[in-house]
Write a protein that binds this ligand. Sequence first.
Ligand SMILES: [Fe+2]
Length: 452
Amino acid sequence: MTPKASDFPSEDSDYQSGFGNHFSSEAIAGALPHRQNSPLVCPLGLYAEQISGTSFTAPRKLNHRSWLYRIKPSVTHEPFKPKVPKHDKLVSEFSQVNSSINPTQIRWKPVDIPDEPTDFVDGLYSVCGAGSSFLRHGFAIHMYTANKSMENCAFCNADGDFLIVPQKGRLWITTECGKSQVSPGEVVVLPQGFRFAIDLPDGPSRGYVAEVFGTHFQLPDLGPIGANGLASPRDFLVPKASFEQESRPGYTIIQKFGGELFTAKQDFSPFNVVAWHGNYVPYKVQIYSLGASYREVMHSRKPLAVLTAPTDKPGVALLDFVIFPPRWLVAEHTFRPPYYHRNCMSEFMGLIHGGYEAKADGFLPGGASLHSCMTPHGPDTKTYEATIARGNDAGPHRITDTMAFMFESCLMPRICPWALESPSVDHDYYQCWIGLKSHFINNPNGNSETEP
Ligand SMILES: [Fe+2]
């Protein structure tokens, strides 16, 4: 089936909105059972099937599950077999066997999009990560470069939740809950276990993916920021039920399970859910729209936390997703770019569009950088010198044409060999700081001689 634009939502009103609420959606009125989840016979002759994103007994505030009412149940498929050809660039348990550690600041130029036909699954590769999907604690950061839609197949990630940040090219995503259109400037979360297919209406496409094991993304707490800070739950959009009922001979489910891919055949589309309800759902959010006015007033420098995947320690994230959007810089007597720092957290950054305020050049849209735990980093020489040259007379300044983001984790990432050996590694990255000279004045009463 060739997808067409009219199949995918184009307006916010084509979705349900909210975060963490219990949604209900019917593609045919009356398809949802009333007052029970699993009646003896479901309306319209559908099968009831639950998908659980947390253990059955998780506390109510943490419990995620949805009920799907479908034409045939997911179990109707042939046995899983290892995918052929093997996909050997996905990692879900980072160890000395498959990855290495390196405290050096690392930057990657944008990876070229392949010429040969490559879909989202084939074009997905791990960059770095820590922990283990088997032990349900950890994360992986992937990137994808692709140029064609998935055909007669769906992907299912048994390891964790995907947070996808498209940088180039829209994603038409079909899920068991319905369809979403995700453009650069938006992000989408596809929770563990949901089957999905990605079409690429714009052809050549590139983006970033954060995967979290054993937890789910939630909205950050607000504390003294107040009730209206950060992302608003109503900015998050959830698809409405839609379904396919045509026979699909040879349809393939590709299951990522422990970082390895397996395939199973079935003769129908997994997107055969006529109605569903629950709070375990795929969702998207437009990051360009988030909190601009709040930021401009309250936080003219710090990044904006959009989503957080927590650990058991209060305030310590397994993985935070934060953005550096266009905004006004207004702080007086303040070094406005991100300051020099070392961090107990590890920071992976990407750039969706434009430039980044701390790097005058070299950090390109579609590129990435990794500053691991306690590795020093900060503005490059050009940015530092230009900032202090403007002095205290610098008036309010609006940063435009930018959208950078960061995946930040308390775990120390191990890096995959193909990422370290990639021709896109910028081996001169360190040079951006080498030119920083001493401005030290040892004698404030007159002698302005400085040491190099
Ligand atoms: Fe940093």
